[in-house]
Design a protein around this ligand. Sequence first.
Ligand code: Z5A
Length: 222
Amino acid sequence: MQPRPMQGGKFISFEGSEGCGKSTQIRRLVGSLESAGHDVLLTREPGGTVVGEKVRDLLQHTPEASNMTDESELLLFAASRAQLVREVIRPALERGTWVIADRFLDSTTVYQGIARGLDREKVEAINRFAVGDLLPELTILLDLDAGVGHGRAVATRVDNEPDRIEDQPLTFFEKVRQGYLDLAASESRIVVIDARGGIEEIAEEIQKIVIERLNPERAPEA
Ligand code: Z5A
């Protein structure tokens, strides 16, 4: 699939394993884009709509769903995204808003296709069905050692209870990290950023990439 540029708004997604710093960097980018006068919308997955938030609850926080099959998990992530694309992302891009997505279809490719080991072609077909022809123009991949990311995520958790996906063994997140790096090597829209650096340093690197790749009329201010 090739990214389909839309008139007006720009579409950027952030990807990476747990605790890699997506939310932190997204907040920084949204702030600087807004200061530069852009309308910006932030989305998260799963979630972002009534349907998606119910799906999120089922996928992550429903103890009775602990026997969920990998196939059901795949379809639920896809269902949340299908709703988000049509209800929120497309309309926002069409009215000229920048959309910054905390995860998009690459999460499914990597978590369900690679780490869970589901058939890659089927995962790709389901992804395509869920998003139609909409792809981000730029994807920022924050790359971090799986153990370090896990440590950061645990330290941040409010109730200290891992959700159903965080509860996977470290080997699962090592597969996720490698899966993302392999995917980035084959997709030019994905830019890999070393997430070991300081928050400021990474934010500056992301701004530089956004300007270079998307050439906003007015560059975000540092
Ligand atoms: N999932 C899936 O399997 N398939 C799919 O299709 C989709 C998702 C869409 C959603 O989790 C889960 O669903 C996720 C993948 C799966 N599971 N896992 N694992 P989520 O939405 O609840 O959370 P997340 O997306 O994994 O993100 P996160 O763990 O909340 O982390 P983050 O947003 O990447 O990081 P952060 O909150 O910005 O930072 C974490 C901590 O590190 C925080 O205390 C920061 O202050 C600190 N931090 C941030 N940057 C730095 C730097 N540079 N240095 C030091 N410390 C830092």
